[in-house]
Write a protein that binds this ligand. Structure first.
Ligand SMILES: C[S@@+](CC[C@H](N)C(=O)[O-])C[C@H]1O[C@@H](n2cnc3c(N)ncnc32)[C@H](O)[C@@H]1O
Length: 222
């Protein structure tokens, strides 16, 4: 499995694992944003935490292109040397990413990532756990209401991730994978509106209080 780095709009490159190892050692801590989409949140984290390496991962590279280009520029023009964007599905991670993260974030996923969390599919849950080193924090934020008013066909049978559902149906698989999740809770309106991601903004449009369910956990050695 190769490391595929997104370097600009429609542009990817194979990344030498030695380059990743060097980058990994340059920064004291590392965060991984899984299902980063257009990488707006990853860019925000990289800007807020210049001493962290921030890695944005997504199965699709095209939406990351614009931020990848901006991050490659000089710092005065928006460049961020501590931001790395990689194309990979969470269920097919390159081995170099194992236990790389002090923090793993998954924000408002869809597709296989959403279904894998809500249905507690081992391949997805273990992918998230694989990224996290011992003691890493894992933050998962799911949209808790989109199915109420417009249900894409593929999600028709997907259970709503209420805090109760998380406790009975999601938490056990994460525990088996080595992540202890605390009780899930709905974000306040201010927290939901304040999430610096494109999908938080989209899903919040026209809603005074978008219902986002958040789970926070810690990676323990299994
Ligand atoms: C709704 S977008 C959210 C993007 C971003 N986190 C945000 O909040 O704006 C969900 C993203 O999850 C990604 N995704 C879905 N399944 C995935 C998988 N198996 N592995 C990695 N990324 C995946 C999609 O490609 C998409 O970019």
């Amino acid at each position: 499995m190769t490391l595929t780095r997104v370097v600009g709009k429609g542009r990817t490159e194979a990344m030498d694992p030695a380059e990743l190892a060097a980058l990994r050692n340059t920064f004291a801590k590392r965060a991984v944003d899984v299902g980063t989409g257009d990488a707006r949140f990853a860019y925000h984290l990289a800007s807020e935490r210049p001493d962290w390496l921030v890695i944005g991962l997504d199965a699709l590279d095209a939406p990351m292109g614009e931020v990848a280009y901006r991050a490659s520029r000089k710092p005065a023009r928006g460049g961020r040397e501590n931001l790395l964007l990689l194309r990979t599905a969470i269920e097919a991670l390159p081995p170099e990413l194992a236990q790389i993260a002090d923090e793993v974030d998954v924000l408002l996923p869809w597709g296989a990532l959403l279904e894998g969390i809500v249905r507690a599919r081992p391949a997805i849950v273990r992918g998230i756990a694989t990224l996290a080193r011992e003691g890493a924090v894992v933050n998962l934020t799911l949209n808790g209401e989109i199915w109420l008013d417009s249900t894409p066909a593929r999600y028709e049978d997907l259970p709503l991730p209420t805090p109760g559902y998380v406790a009975t149906s999601i938490e056990p698989e994460f525990r088996r994978a080595g992540i202890e999740l605390g009780a899930a809770r709905y974000l306040t309106a201010a927290e939901a509106k304040g999430l610096p991601t494109t999908w938080a903004r989209r899903l919040g449009h026209g809603r005074s209080h978008p219902q986002f369910v958040q789970m926070n956990g810690v990676r323990r050695d299994p």
